[in-house]
Design a protein around this ligand. Structure first.
Ligand code: IMP
Length: 421
């Protein structure tokens, strides 16, 4: 069976920590979408690791990690990531499998990303500029290159054809500030390196594993509100970050999916542009950023911060069919005083609990309810009953209003700082 773990907000919910925590219950962890725009942080034995493309089960010896066909991979970044894990003493060679059908981010995809964003002026998406959008564009446009192609004898020709197409587009966007040769050297070195890894037909591997009753955890990247279909379009990423993406991104049937676990922060953050109804551009927003160390794991950009948005959370629970919620960073709200939660909106002055279609062009005013705060240090607590009453009430209200039970509360970044409810 396959369980799914995915983000319910705008990404950065803490998926890496929870996948790593849950991995002992699974035989395989598989990434089904996204690419090195993701930054999944893992903290254990006093160290921090950030994974971009490799599934977060990589540090657990008994677990096989699969980069699925729905992922887009940058060979240069993947090589660095693998080398960092090897340097930490973990054997990546035997427990990392890479789908031949995963698409390759080539250097000109990254340049196109930069050129596209530059051409958008103040309408820019705030992309991580890792080449994600252009690579998915080539995939759906039927121009892309896949990792399985790197073992083909005419790969170099296929690559050149694609690059020539890209160069025309880049020049049309009046962007000339790059040195392709300089970018190609590490690219070809990385391809050479990746040729020594296990490139497989991952859909066969995963379906065989299912028929042997193996347990698979599908690891999402980004968050549901950045989904290409259901996010605040066009301020989204270029893949299906929601549960629907699991079947396409891994080649497994819908009936194989068992439980969907949805992860969210006790407040909200967003990186990049786009609507954020509960954003706090004030001292409280600054406090959340500082207390929560809300700076991008991939880009280092300061994250926008705000109160928890229940209509948005409820929407994500609905789209994904979430069975169980996991609440992260609860400790960050300790000592901030009264805690607010957005329970509905006024969209162009009309009350609603629905996410507006045209969220980018309408005025969304959040309607808040306030909850008694708590001052205790939650990071030292290990049992739900020992948490302060006001915090437990907060959890209860969130659960009732989002129509989903909370299964785990995280009170700090370390594996140990995790409470089962
Ligand atoms: P792209 O996917 O890099 O093109 O970025 C598109 C939008 O999604 C931008 O607003 C990014 O900041 C955001 N984004 C992409 N990946 C992540 C992530 O892993 N966490 C949070 N935001 C992300």
């Amino acid at each position: 069976m396959v369980d799914v773990l995915l983000g319910l907000q705008w990404g950065d919910e803490g998926k890496g920590k929870i996948v790593d925590y849950l991995t002992p219950n699974y035989d395989i962890v598989a990434r089904f979408q996204g690419g090195p725009n993701a930054g999944h942080s893992l903290h254990f034995n006093g160290k921090k690791f950030v994974l971009n493309t490799i599934p977060s089960g990589i540090f657990r010896e008994s677990c096989v990690n699969v980069i699925g066909n729905g992922v887009v991979a940058d060979p240069v970044r993947l090589k660095v990531e693998i080398e960092n894990i090897l340097a930490a003493g973990t054997d990546v060679k035997s427990n990392l499998l890479i789908s031949k059908k995963a698409h390759i981010i080539v250097p000109t995809h990254r340049i196109l990303d930069i050129a596209n964003e530059a051409s958008k002026g103040d309408k820019k998406i705030g992309s991580t500029l890792r080449g994600i959008g252009p690579t998915y564009m080539d995939k759906t446009g039927r121009n892309g290159l896949r990792l399985g192609d790197i073992i083909s004898s005419n790969f170099e020709q296929q690559y050149r054809d694609l690059v020539n197409k890209h160069l025309k587009l880049i020049h049309n966007l009046n962007y000339f500030d790059f040195d392709l040769e300089e970018l190609e050297k590490p690219f070809f070195e990385a391809l050479e390196f990746l040729r020594t890894f296990k490139l497989i037909d991952s859909e066969y591997y995963l379906n065989n594993a299912l028929s042997q009753n193996k347990k698979i955890l599908a690891e999402g990247a980004q968050g549901s509100l950045l989904d290409i279909d259901f996010g605040s379009y066009p301020y989204v990423t270029s893949s299906n970050t929601t549960a629907g993406g699991v079947c396409n991104g891994l080649g497994i049937p819908p009936r194989a999916i068992n439980k969907v676990k949805g992860i969210f922060k006790a407040y909200c953050t967003r990186v990049g542009s786009g609507p954020f109804p509960t954003e706090l551009n004030n001292e409280m927003g600054e406090k959340l950023r500082k207390n929560g160390n809300e700076f991008g794991a991939t880009t280092g950009r300061p994250r926008r911060t705000g109160w928890l948005d229940l209509p948005a959370l409820h929407y994500s629970v609905m789209i994904n069919g979430v069975d169980e919620l996991i609440m992260m960073k609860s400790d960050v709200l300790s000592g901030v005083g009264e805690v607010k939660v957005c329970t509905s909106y006024r969209v162009n002055e009309i009350p609603t609990s629905q996410m507006p279609f045209d969220a980018c062009n309408v005025e969304i005013e959040p309607v808040y309810e306030s909850f008694e705060g708590w001052n205790d240090d939650l990071t030292v607590v290990r049992n739900f009953e020992d948490l302060p009453l006001s915090f437990r009430n907060y959890c209860k209200e969130v659960s009732v209003r989002s129509d989903c039970k909370i299964g785990i509360v995280s009170v700090g970044p370390d594996r140990e700082e995790t409470i089962l409810c």
